[in-house]
Design a protein around this ligand. Structure first.
Ligand code: BGC
Length: 496
């Protein structure tokens, strides 16, 4: 049984038999014992191999992770310099940033956030890119840039969706995720869409790199702290990019001579964007509960992003909401009554899970009276009338949150373990560094502890001792600038 993290709460409140039995059943459905974790890692390694060796076809494209080569071959040393623009699209907001790399592993940033409305997320893609170009224009007018006014500004575009990349600044959208569904975008080159929109507005900016947020996070972590194996996002969506041997990306079909030359030129490694959110779309190994199926069925991308839907911020709250509703319908909690928020799709934000479980953190404000803080959450955030909520209900809801969240963390650990094994780092004696970013990493109580516990079960203490998990905050902005810098350096090299 997966370890409970909030157990102390159970000892303070007597749970009625019905509540206990209902929770036991939920616990069983969401449990991921070590053996299951091992099977998941094995299957993930199989998908890694498949994705590295086979170009997906129309028929096979949803059956294994895409494992996209990013054409990023220069991992930053920390000495890079220059001023670049960075655009970040992929979560809740659009960000325009001006990043100055100072060359001593440090950087400064000026940024502005722009809201991406639901209408833009679902409308014509041209409207979305016009909006992006307008935002760049507005940024340059209102905030300006310290770059050389006579030179074209280089821009790195962090576009956090699956893109089939064919060069550093070229790639076509495979499919939308995370609630975006713009029309006429799939199959189009997104860097070109951006450049066209910028050109239409006569903005003197060149989109020189197209970057996934995970690759950006990896680049930023390497710039700030040296060697980094993998950049990962556990936020609205989830994904990871890691440094792979070019020789293992066999779908790129390089000859032996080309591989030898690459080695001589120091180009024998490349960042691969795994798109692990799409792991197990075929439902081979993960135990899907009826709650997962409900979430999937009403999502805008059914049968896609299976792993993401059990892990990331966009869906964890929704899975929890479905379980809580089940307890309501079974007359276990809230005297069988629900609320408008609880009935609404996505009505339980993942941030509420963080609030429900916050008391388990040392020095938490809510630690003194956990039941009171959970009750506040249930009545204020979920809109359940106070008189309907017993202390046992509070324990039940927090426990459901913990069960769903712990499963998410344990699955997250599988992705890290698979990356460690894929790169042979389970057998080396080197430090293995992950740069992670996203709301779960930053705000979900005991995310790192739960991940590390599962990693320990999978790989043993000796390996876990060497694993460093750094919070790589703001990787996507700085990472995009680093990719724009890499593109500029490559262009300069090609000229000489
Ligand atoms: C996207 C990835 C992205 C991840 C994290 C997923 O939905 O497919 O490209 O890296 O979210 O933002």
């Amino acid at each position: 049984m997966s370890p409970p993290y909030l157990l102390p709460l159970n000892n303070t409140v007597e749970l009625p038999e019905k509540t206990r039995a209902a929770l036991d059943s939920i616990e069983q459905q969401f449990d991921l014992p070590t053996k299951k974790l091992e099977e998941i890692v094995e299957q993930m390694l199989w998908e890694f191999g498949k994705g590295l060796s086979e170009q997906p076809t129309k028929e096979t494209k949803d059956t294994f992770m895409p494992m996209i080569p990013t054409y990023l071959q220069h991992i930053p040393s920390g000495k890079e310099t220059g001023t670049f623009l960075a655009l970040d699209l992929g979560g809740t907001n659009l960000r325009v940033c001006e990043v100055t790399l100072l060359g001593d592993s440090k950087w400064t940033m000026r940024q502005q956030k722009y809201k991406v409305s639901q209408a833009l997320k679902m409308g014509e893609v041209a409207a979305l890119f016009d909006y992006i170009a307008n935002s760049v224009d507005q940024f340059l007018t209102e905030i300006g840039t310290t770059g050389d006014p006579n030179e074209k500004l280089y821009l790195g575009f962090t576009f956090s969706f699956p893109v089939a990349q064919t060069a550093l600044a070229k790639g076509t959208l495979i499919n939308w995720t995370k609630g975006f569904e713009c029309k006429n975008a799939v199959g189009k080159d997104v860097a070109q869409l951006l450049q066209d929109a910028l050109d239409r507005k006569h903005i003197h900016v060149k989109c020189s790199a197209l970057v996934n947020d995970t690759a950006g996070t990896l680049m930023a972590a390497a710039y700030e702290r040296g060697d980094c194996l993998c950049g990962g996002i556990f936020g609205t969506g989830t994904n990871g990019a890691y440094v792979e041997d070019v020789a293992k990306i066999t779908k790129e079909s390089k000859t032996k001579e080309e591989l030898e030359q690459a080695k001589k030129d120091g180009l024998d490694k490349m960042v691969v964007n795994t798109e692990w959110g799409a792991f197990d779309n075929e439902r081979v190994v993960m135990p899907f509960t009826i709650f997962d199926s409900r979430v999937d069925r009403i999502s805008i991308n059914p049968r896609k992003q299976a792993f993401e839907k059990m892990i990331s911020g966009m869906y964890l709250g929704e899975v929890t909401r479905n379980v809580v509703l089940h307890l309501v319908d079974a007359q276990v909690i809230f005297k069988g009554f629900s609320s408008k928020s609880l009935n609404a799709h996505y009505g339980l934000d993942t941030a509420i899970m963080s609030a429900l479980e916050a008391f388990s953190l040392p020095n938490s404000d809510s630690a003194a009276d956990p039941i009171a803080s959970i009750r506040k959450c249930i009545t204020k955030d979920l809109g359940i009338a106070d008189e309907l909520v017993s202390d046992a209900d509070c324990v039940a809801v927090a426990r459901v949150s913990e069960i769903v969240g712990t499963r998410g963390c344990r699955l997250s650990a599988c992705a890290l373990a698979a990356t460690i094994k894929q790169t042979g780092n389970d057998k080396s004696d080197k430090e293995v560094k992950f740069g992670l970013d996203g709301s779960l990493v930053e705000f979900y109580p005991r995310f790192d502890q739960r991940v590390k516990d599962a990693l320990r079960e999978l790989l043993g203490e000796d390996v876990v001792k060497r694993v460093v998990i750094d919070l790589a905050k703001d990787g996507s902005g700085v990472g995009a600038a680093l990719c724009a810098q890499a593109a500029m350096a490559m262009e300069a090299k090609a000229k000489h």
